[in-house]
Design a protein around this ligand. Structure first.
Ligand SMILES: C[S@@+](CC[C@H](N)C(=O)[O-])C[C@H]1O[C@@H](n2cnc3c(N)ncnc32)[C@H](O)[C@@H]1O
Length: 207
């Protein structure tokens, strides 16, 4: 890690204290709605109740959306920024929001759905996280649905590490595709989400 960069979780802790998590929620909503639609299509096809985790959940807004679906039997959120988790718990004290750092943390159970928006590239080795999601976090037949806005083809995003002051793992779409396949995922697909001006690169894959 470069010395002039801060841990992402410190930066987002400050964002939560300053209320910037709410702007992020609005900014990510269009892409996340597409990701949730994909998830609910898979749930409808299986016609079974599902469990879900949102990794890098921020203030927990996506966990609450997942939990409100009648087919959802359990949803939890994980984030390494203390103020994000405090905020999530304040909004909804009846849900499991876990303050923990990835990739070290393991939830101690498996899920049918892993959702994650704008988290994965903050890790030094996102490829290992994907493999762990596949091997250790997902039930057989489960889906991972992961959106990122920072990637090689999104040129505007390449200045973000210096602008935000945080290290980011910059990969091309092809590199991400290969990482998903090498992690063991089947039915790997990707699309650009977020409407006409959207830039979110969403990858989905099944165990
Ligand atoms: C860009 S924010 C996105 C938050 C939320 N997914 C949303 O869309 O509003 C990234 C989140 O990932 C969390 N994060 C980044 N690196 C992390 C790590 N190594 N372990 C746990 N959480 C991390 C940050 O604390 C932050 O809340």
């Amino acid at each position: 890690m470069c010395m002039d960069k801060r841990p992402a979780t410190d930066v987002f802790h400050d964002w939560a204290l300053n209320g910037k998590d709410e702007g992020m929620e609005k900014g990510h909503a269009a892409s996340v709605n597409e990701m949730l639609s994909f998830i609910l299509e898979q749930v409808a096809k299986s016609n079974q109740k599902f469990s879900a985790v949102d990794v890098g959940c921020g203030n927990g807004w996506v966990v609450r959306k997942l939990k409100s679906n009648e087919m959802c039997q359990y949803a939890m959120g994980i984030d390494g920024a203390a103020a994000m988790i405090e905020k999530a718990k304040k909004i909804d004290s009846s849900t499991d929001y876990i303050h923990a750092l990835l990739p070290e943390f393991h939830p101690g159970r498996k899920f049918d759905i892993i959702h994650s928006m704008e988290f994965l590239y903050y890790l030094e080795d996102p490829e290992s996280m994907l493999k762990s999601f596949h091997d250790d976090w997902l039930n057989d037949g489960g889906w991972a649905v992961i959106g990122i806005d920072h990637y090689a083809e999104n040129e505007d995003s390449l200045s973000w590490p210096d602008y935000v002051g945080v290290n980011m793992a910059t990969r091309s779409t092809e590199q991400w595709h290969n990482a998903w396949v090498e992690a063991g995922f089947k039915n790997v697909e990707h699309w650009i989400a977020g409407g006409e001006s959207g830039v979110t690169l969403v990858f989905t894959g099944q165990k």
